[in-house]
Design a protein around this ligand. Structure first.
Ligand code: XMP
Length: 488
């Protein structure tokens, strides 16, 4: 039988997944509070939480992306939407927190007041700096300046309601100077002005060390990840759209079910030449795919990580529809080997298939630097979509990007192979509502940290030395609650 498989399919490999394996306990010589779960992607990106939320339209839009980054991970904004919506999302994430905002939201003093009001509402910002045609600051207009009277709102101009005496600070001022001024004048916003011209804005909320673990860039802004197609745009408008988004996104995630395709590799190369952001490429599932990308593609240094796993997501049907897949644990182990052989600096993201917190330590043990999940986060308060109730249980919708429901928009058709356009590779269903993201992340962190303590791994790097073995079917059953009267 084995020979038959060898000849026919060239492999007799055992393709294992999370439930097939178990980590063995190791010697622990540190205190639980010393466990370090921080990680890196490339030289530039440090994360205090090695977790990403998936680029899916029922998982990551701006609210999820902001919270994921505030708690130390990263939310990857999905691509199942128009350019305008993607732009709005990336701008929103990049503006959510920063020490100095350079891309300040401004308005002219001559504009009608309702325009300022709409702008603030649309972009969720609490105030605008008022500048004239020459970028000279003439006032500041905040939500508190909006009159109660509807009539005044309709007819008034910004200049009639703005605060004219603007308290400002000079460029180069320190965080402490800014904090002192904000407190002294009991204000929330401090424009940076040089010779009357607007140079930036400091806001009180961005200076507060409220989220010490946040994933931030050099200017204190939250890191922003965004999914894009590997296809190079065919119109100049689409090229300039991508360039516009590139001004905000730190990390672009090439988002296809199977990246091991010449066409997608060539498209990605051109995108790398066009854009400034760093790139994560995915998904792939085998040593050979990683070897090819690492040795034949000759991508520039902005290519910093590979994302792996095919068909193992909780909403995926790729494996049953096409007979092809690479479960995330197997794919991670395979690609980790290729990375060790060809470019040990390359980051590795294990994507999809995580069902329990205990799956996380297993992914790190086989070589992941970060893990990505949609399943853990689709039911959180911060995911897009409404709460529904089914038989008294609160639920939210979670759908695969290859499901027929997600494909009605056309934006993600090229995530899958062209011939498969009519064949759904995902499903749409409900998941239980799980409340705020923070508590979900706490649970995952605890599962990961405790797994590290049991295996004796002080940090994620040490986790790779943990011993792991394939567990028998009887062992699997024993690892779960059993022989009880309950309804597990
Ligand atoms: P989980 O297990 O967290 O997996 O639900 C999320 C990952 O699944 C991938 N994804 C899909 N794969 N058909 C697929 O075969 C789909 O419709 C689909 N939608 C998402 C994706 O990599 C995601 O991060």
């Amino acid at each position: 039988m084995t020979d038959y498989f060898r000849k026919k399919a060239h492999t007799n490999e055992l393709i294992t997944t999370f439930d097939d394996v178990l980590l063995l306990p190791g010697f622990t010589n540190f205190e639980p509070n010393q466990v370090d779960i921080s990680t890196k992607l490339g030289e530039k990106y440090k994360f205090n939480l090695p977790i990403l939320s998936a680029a899916m339209d029922t998982v990551t839009e701006e609210e999820m992306a902001i919270k994921m980054a505030l708690f130390g991970g990263l939310g990857v904004l999905h691509r199942n939407c128009s350019h305008e919506k993607q732009l709005k999302m990336v701008r929103y994430v990049k503006r959510a927190r920063s020490f100095v905002i350079e891309d300040v939201a401004t308005i002219s003093p001559e504009e009608p007041l309702y325009k300022a009001k709409n702008f603030m509402e649309n972009y969720h910002i609490s105030g605008l700096v008022v500048v004239d045609d020459g970028n000279k600051v003439c006032g500041i207009f905040t939500k508190r300046d909006i009159p109660f009277s509807e009539d005044e709102c309709k007819k008034g101009l910004v200049k009639d309601f703005m605060t004219k005496d603007v308290i400002s600070i000079k460029p180069g001022a320190s965080r402490e100077d800014a904090l002192e001024m904000l407190f002294r004048y009991r204000i929330e916003k401090l424009p940076i002005i040089d010779n009357g011209s607007l140079k930036g804005l400091i806001t009180k909320k961005d200076l507060k060390p409220e989220f010490p673990l946040a994933s931030i860039d050099e200017e204190g802004r939250l890191l922003c990840g965004l999914a894009i197609s590997p296809k190079y745009p065919t119109t100049s408008k689409a090229v300039s759209n991508l360039k516009e988004i590139d001004q905000y996104a730190d990390l672009l995630f090439i988002d296809v079910a199977d990246f091991y395709k010449k066409d997608d590799m060539d498209g990605t190369r051109k995108l790398m030449d066009l854009l400034e952001a760093d790139f994560v490429i995915g998904n792939i599932g085998t040593y050979e795919a990683a070897e090819y990308i690492l040795t034949k593609c000759d991508y520039p240094e902005k290519f910093i990580a590979l994302k792996v796993g095919m068909g193992s997501g909780s909403i995926c049907t790729t494996s049953i529809q096409t007979g092809v897949g690479a479960p995330t644990l197997y794919a991670t182990a395979e690609v980790a080997d290729a990375i060790a052989d060809y470019n040990p600096k390359m980051g590795l993201i294990a994507d999809g298939g995580f069902k329990n917190p205990g799956d996380l330590p297993k992914a790190f043990a086989v070589g992941a630097d970060m893990i990505m999940s949609g399943h853990f986060f689709a039911g959180c308060t911060e995911s897009p979509g409404y709460l529904d109730t089914i038989q008294g249980r609160k639920v939210k919708i979670y759908r695969g990007m290859g499901s027929k429901e997600a494909r009605t928009t056309n934006y993600v058709l090229d995530r899958y192979s062209v011939e498969a356009k009519m064949l759904p590779e995902g499903v749409s269903d409900y998941v239980p509502f799980t409340g705020p993201l923070e508590s979900m992340l706490e649970t995952l962190k605890e599962g990961l940290s405790n797994g590290m303590i049991y295996t004796g791994a002080l940090n994620l790097q040490n986790m790779r030395n943990a011993k792991m073995g394939v567990i028998s079917a009887i062992g699997q059953a024993e690892a779960r609650p059993h022989d009880l009267l309950g309804k597990y």
